[in-house]
Design a binder for this molecule. Structure first.
Ligand SMILES: Nc1ncnc2c1ncn2[C@@H]1O[C@H](COP(=O)(O)OP(=O)(O)OP(=O)(O)O)[C@@H](O)[C@H]1O
Ligand SMILES: [Mg+2]
Length: 246
C-alpha cells in the first residue's frame, strides 16, 4: 500500500512538473471575462464570460466584425479598462489587483500598445513620440533608437514633424515605432495596418513579425486583414460576445 501511494505521489509529482511547464509557458490567462457598458439604462454586454490563454512567444490574431469587441478586449488585456467581471493574469500578475502606478510601470516595462486611434502626443515631434517609452525608462540613447525605429517604418524623412503635420498612415507608423522601440515582451496592436496602403502595410507587418522572431515577444494583432491574420499561429474569432479559438 505504501508503495502504491509513493508511486502515486511520484506520478502526481511528474504531472505537477509538466503542469508547471504549461503554466510557465502561459503568458496571459483570461478567466470568466465579461465586459458590459451601461448606457441610458441599457446594459450592453460586449464580452460574455470568456476563457482563454495565450502562450509566451506566440502570435495571435483577433478577428471579428466591427463592433464585436476586439478593441475592448485589447484594452482589457492592457489594463486600460477594468472588466465588469472575471480576471486577467499576465505572468503571475492579476491585473485587477494592481494599483494604477503598478500598472503603468508594468505596461512600460512589458508592453507595446498600438492603439486603433494612435494616441500620439500632439505637442511632441514624431521622434519624441517614438522615443517616449525609452525616455520614461531613462534610457540614454532613446533618441537614436527612436530614429532607427522610425527609419525602419519608412519615416526617416519625417522625424521632426508633429502629428498634425503627418498623414494618417504616417501617424500610425509613428505609433508602431513607439510601441516597438523598447522591444516589449507583449505587443498588443489594434489594426496596425488599418490606414496603410498595401506596400506600407506589408512593410509594417514584416517589421512586427521580424521583431517577434528576434525577441520572441508575444504578438496579439487585431485585424480585419485576413492575410495578416493568416500569418499568425492562431486566430481568435469574436462574435456576439463569444470567442472561438482557432
Ligand atoms: N465606452 C463605451 N460605452 C458604451 N459602449 C461602448 C463603449 N466602448 C465600446 N462600446 C461598444 O462596444 C462594442 C464593441 O466596441 P469595440 O470598439 O470593442 O469594437 P471593435 O470590434 O473594436 O470594432 P471595430 O472593428 O469597428 O474597431 C461596440 O458596439 C461599441 O459601441
Ligand atoms: Mg476596434
Amino acid at each position: 500500500m505504501q508503495d502504491f501511494f509513493s508511486g502515486l505521489s511520484q506520478y502526481f509529482m511528474r504531472s505537477d512538473v509538466s503542469g508547471k511547464n504549461i503554466r510557465e509557458n502561459t503568458l496571459i490567462q483570461v478567466a470568466d471575462l465579461t465586459m458590459e457598458y451601461e448606457q441610458e439604462g441599457n446594459v450592453l454586454r460586449v464580452l460574455d464570460n470568456m476563457n482563454f490563454s495565450m502562450q509566451r512567444g506566440e502570435t495571435v490574431a483577433i478577428v471579428g466584425p466591427s463592433g464585436s469587441g476586439k478593441t475592448t478586449l485589447l484594452q482589457l488585456l492592457a489594463a486600460l479598462e477594468q472588466p465588469s467581471n472575471g480576471h486577467i493574469k499576465v505572468d503571475d500578475h492579476t491585473l485587477r489587483d494592481m494599483s494604477r502606478d503598478q500598472l503603468a510601470d508594468f505596461r512600460r516595462d512589458n508592453m507595446g500598445i498600438v492603439f486603433q486611434s494612435f494616441h500620439l502626443i500632439d505637442s511632441l515631434t514624431a521622434l519624441a513620440n517614438a522615443a517616449l517609452p525609452l525616455d520614461i525608462a531613462g534610457v540614454p540613447d532613446a533618441l537614436k533608437r527612436a530614429q532607427d525605429m522610425l527609419e525602419r517604418v519608412g519615416l526617416g524623412h519625417r522625424i521632426h514633424h508633429y502629428p498634425r503635420q503627418l498623414s494618417g498612415g504616417e501617424q500610425q507608423r509613428v505609433a508602431i515605432a513607439r510601441a516597438l522601440v523598447h522591444q516589449p515582451r507583449l505587443i498588443l496592436a489594434d489594426e496596425p495596418t488599418g490606414n496603410l496602403d498595401d506596400k506600407t502595410g506589408k512593410l509594417v507587418a514584416d517589421m512586427l513579425f521580424d521583431l517577434h522572431a528576434q525577441t520572441h515577444s508575444t504578438l496579439v494583432l487585431v485585424t480585419h486583414d485576413m492575410r495578416l491574420a493568416e500569418r499568425c499561429e492562431r486566430s481568435f474569432h469574436l462574435q456576439s460576445g463569444q470567442l472561438q479559438v482557432g
